[in-house]
Design a protein. Structure first.
Length: 251
């Protein structure tokens, strides 16, 4: 209901540090990446798939303690020098993902946690990362594309036209009824689109089950059209095909 009188609202002047309650029987070390366990809501040393909340300002040892028995202060803003395998100057602007409280990756394979973006690379393998706690999940986008299959010829399916450079994070395919023959290719060349996915054997699918595709590459430039090519089936065309690409737009 609307207010009927004045009220005082607490205002947090310090925008950098926040305090979170720690999950039971957890030890978080200073400098660790900290994640929110999505089931309980308490924080812990980050595990893949957690919601990233920040970097530990201090140590908090809740070993043997109940959920919330201890708290921890974490940095929720700032630029931090962290080890990122494969980081080079050419990758400034790329998002980084965490598999654990001290392991950062340029790839999101395996459902890792988005931590932030690279804004500088002082040396190979080290990056200045601008952290982005509880990042908007919309930063990771998904394109779902129906796939046609035929016994008379290969089919070419339009996926998308990029408006910015993109980084493809993952690709999956599913058919309600798989084709008995043919390969799947994904890329920017409509005659042989194999820059992203190269010659996945569609006959190896199991009906009604998604398959995660191995990426042959993951960078697509601005104003590029992406295509999916379904190879010709022999006697049984695929039915109900769907390709899913997950990606992030780059600066």
């Amino acid at each position: 209901m609307p207010l009927a009188a004045n009220r005082e609202i607490s205002r947090y002047v310090d925008q950098e540090l926040r305090t979170f309650k720690v999950l039971g029987d957890v030890h978080i070390f200073k400098g660790a990446l900290v994640g929110r366990d999505r089931t309980s809501g308490y924080v812990r040393a980050l595990e893949a798939g957690d919601a990233f909340v920040g970097i530990a300002y201090e140590e908090s040892d809740n070993t043997g303690g109940a959920d919330g028995a201890r708290s921890i202060r974490v940095y929720t803003q700032g630029d931090f020098l962290l080890e990122v395998g494969g980081a080079t100057v050419a990758l400034i602007g790329r998002p980084v993902f965490a598999a654990s409280d001290d392991t950062l990756s340029l790839s999101n394979s395996g459902g890792l946690t988005l931590v932030g973006r690279i804004i500088g690379v002082p040396s190979v393998g080290e990056a200045i990362v601008r952290i982005d706690p509880l990042a908007d999940p919309q930063i990771v986008r998904a394109e779902h594309v129906p796939l046609a299959s035929s016994t008379s010829a290969a089919t070419t399916n339009v996926i998308m036209l990029t408006h910015k450079p993109i980084l493809v994070l993952s690709a999956e395919v599913i058919f309600h009824t798989k084709p008995d023959q043919g390969t799947l290719d994904v890329g920017t060349d409509n005659s042989d689109p194999d820059e992203i996915v190269d010659a996945f054997n569609l006959a190896s699918l199991t009906n009604h089950q998604r398959a995660v595709l191995t990426l042959a590459g993951n960078l697509v430039g601005k104003d590029q059209r992406l295509w999916a090519r379904v190879g010709q089936a022999s006697s049984t065309a695929g039915v109900g095909g769907l390709l899913t690409l997950r990606y992030i737009e780059l600066p």
